[in-house]
Design a protein around this ligand. Structure first.
Ligand SMILES: [Zn+2]
Length: 362
């Protein structure tokens, strides 16, 4: 979901005509470049890591940032959205190397994917931006942005479905947003990523993958429990589950925390120090919930009836975060207590055992 200016689009269509006459194919040099791959990006296809290093060198970006964007946007090419190919405008589609996307093709081999992909597989079904476009390609550019940024990028990348071209355009776009070349506003990397992806939550998601904080080691049990009441029950533990609606991670449906049940309205207490990240919502997911970030841990307190801290508040052990409730995907009052390590998402969840104790009698 990238919102971008359209002002230069006409000029770039002219540049595009020139590009047709002088196609420049970016190439990846022999591997050997080394850098510290983020632990949160361990699963990236080896060939793609080399491509990211090359794109980053050309655009003075961190390869981890480009790999993290590719993970968020198309899951390193695994996305199969099944949209009509025609949603990509003809002038952009004309440059797409369709053979590379077929089973055994260059891009599929690079990404380690057994099957092939259609153009429509990497098209976002949602219409976004002032021109109401579909994001497309390996790094999910809007076509209008692709035309502008590909023309401005080193080597003039041609094919938004070719990982190297897409990563060079993305790195260049970020660099232009940071330097002020895009619109005379200088930005931090985080702010540039927020423009790239639409909001700061997107930026933080990318940065959490690209630069996970150094592990702080086991968090000592603080002696605090997040919720307590007479008759408290653990109604569901951490691990594989059959409950439809729970997330599927690495092919396994999993309950990502502990469900602790007390009557509605019981105070929910932070068991650690840290900083509060507040998300409000009623219908789906975790409902009203607070994540307290401390080191590489994000400790989640979900389904709250009321939240009693503000986003960004510093939190001390024992701070009352809110009141137990049943907001979000919940069938009755309970606290969903979750520990995410290394990133703020359920994909990073670990068993909360060690941080808090099971309630007596469970
Ligand atoms: Zn739960």
């Amino acid at each position: 979901m990238k919102l971008r200016k359209l002002a230069l689009a006409a000029a770039v269509l002219v540049a595009g005509a020139v590009m047709l006459l002088v196609p420049t194919v970016l190439s990846v040099p022999a591997s050997g470049a080394s850098f510290a791959l983020s632990s949160a990006l361990d699963g990236a296809p080896k060939g793609l890591v080399d491509v990211a290093v090359q794109a980053a060198r050309l655009t003075r970006q961190d390869p981890n940032v480009l790999l993290a964007i590719a993970r968020v946007e198309t899951n390193w090419g695994q996305a199969q959205n099944g949209q009509p190919d025609e949603l990509v405008p003809a002038d952009v589609e004309a440059r797409v190397d369709v053979a590379a996307l077929q089973a055994g093709g260059a891009t599929m081999s690079l990404l380690g994917l057994a099957g092939g992909r259609r153009i429509g597989d990497w098209v976002n079904p949602q219409l976004v931006g002032p021109a109401q476009e579909h994001a497309m390609g390996f790094m999910q550019f809007l076509p209008s942005t692709w035309r502008v940024e590909a023309a401005a990028a080193p080597g003039r990348p041609q094919d938004p479905y070719r990982p190297l071209d897409a990563m060079v355009a993305a790195g260049s776009y970020l660099a232009r947003l940071q330097s002020g070349a895009e619109d005379w506003i200088k930005r931090s990397l985080r702010d540039a990523l927020a423009v790239y992806g639409g909001d700061l939550a997107y930026a933080d998601n990318v940065l959490a993958l690209a630069r996970p904080p150094a592990p702080v080691g086991p968090v000592p049990h603080t002696g605090l429990e997040p919720i307590s009441c007479p008759g408290i029950r653990l109604t569901q533990g951490y691990g594989p589950t059959d409950v439809v609606g729970e997330p599927i991670i690495n092919g396994v449906r999993i309950h990502t925390g502990w469900d602790l049940a007390c009557p509605v309205g019981i105070a929910i207490v932070s068991v650690t120090a840290g900083r509060a990240h507040v998300t409000l919502g009623y219908g789906v997911g975790f409902g009203n919930n607070v994540q307290v970030q401390v080191g590489d841990l994000w400790v989640r307190y979900a389904h709250l009836e009321a939240v009693l801290v503000d986003d960004g508040d510093p939190v001390a052990p024992g701070t009352v975060l809110g009141l137990e409730g049943s907001t979000g995907f919940s069938t009755g009052p309970h606290l969903h207590f979750e520990v995410d390590r290394g990133c703020p998402a359920v994909t990073c969840s670990v068993d909360p055992a060690g941080l808090i104790s099971l309630p007596d009698g469970t």
